[in-house]
Design a protein around this ligand. Structure first.
Ligand SMILES: [Ca+2]
Ligand SMILES: [Ca+2]
Ligand SMILES: [Ca+2]
Length: 221
């Protein structure tokens, strides 16, 4: 009997230790600050920003499940883990800065965040289009093609992502953003999806820049 009790106690200890280690790994998080710039200044205005893990439902068609539970896939309408560990917060700086910010906090390998930005072509008569979405160390492609980035130059990749667009808020089907033309006075919605990789350095704060680069005013009537 005594041997059985000891064996059970041993099993319990192992379970407690395993849970402790798993929790420690889970909490070994990265903080990622993303700044998104749109150029050329003057032709576009970033009007709005939401994410699918800021703890509130903003646009039902995109983040209906956003009660804080962490996204386990890219959005829109990401599948979710049962846990609420990470958070992903977007904000914008109105012109003249005309920047969007994205902060991912307490993330871990396997964490996703999708951010959606309303970008308006404020030119009265010129089309607008993107030529490049530049990120630290590479360029983002149209989803679902992913680009991986090493944010802290330690040779292990930290995050992968892609970009896409939508014509109206809550739209289900993604459209390419590179090659897309915004007519004058039209708002389109850009999505930036990020996936934290298992090889991301734990407990690190990363700064991360994304630039939506466009030529000077183009096309138009
Ligand atoms: Ca949200
Ligand atoms: Ca969360
Ligand atoms: Ca790295």
């Amino acid at each position: 009997m005594k041997r059985k009790v000891l064996a059970l106690a041993g099993v319990a200890l192992v379970v407690v230790a395993a849970v402790g280690i798993a929790w420690a790994l889970w909490m070994a998080s990265s903080v990622i600050h993303t700044s998104i710039e749109v150029s050329p200044l003057g032709q576009t205005v970033i009007e709005s920003s939401i994410t699918d893990d800021d703890g509130k439902v903003d646009i039902v068609g995109w983040d209906a499940g956003d009660t804080g539970r962490d996204p386990a896939t890219a959005g829109p309408l990401a599948a979710r883990y049962d846990k609420d560990i990470g958070a992903c917060l977007a904000s914008i700086n109105t012109p003249p800065d005309n920047e969007a910010n994205l902060a991912i906090e307490d993330s871990y390998g396997g964490y996703f965040c999708s951010a959606f930005y309303g970008i308006r072509n404020v030119s009265p008569d010129k089309d607008w289009h993107l030529t490049e979405v530049a990120v630290n160390g590479g360029t983002f492609k149209n989803c679902p093609t992913l680009t991986s980035v090493d944010l802290d130059a330690d040779t292990s990749l930290d995050v992968e992502g892609c970009v896409s667009s939508f014509t109206v808020p809550g739209q289900a089907a993604e459209e390419p953003i590179l090659g897309r033309v915004w007519p004058p006075n039209v708002t389109a919605y850009a999505k930036v999806s990020l996936h934290i990789l298992d090889s991301a350095t734990p407990g690190t704060t990363h700064a991360f820049d994304v630039s939506f680069n466009a030529p000077a005013q183009t096309g138009g009537p």
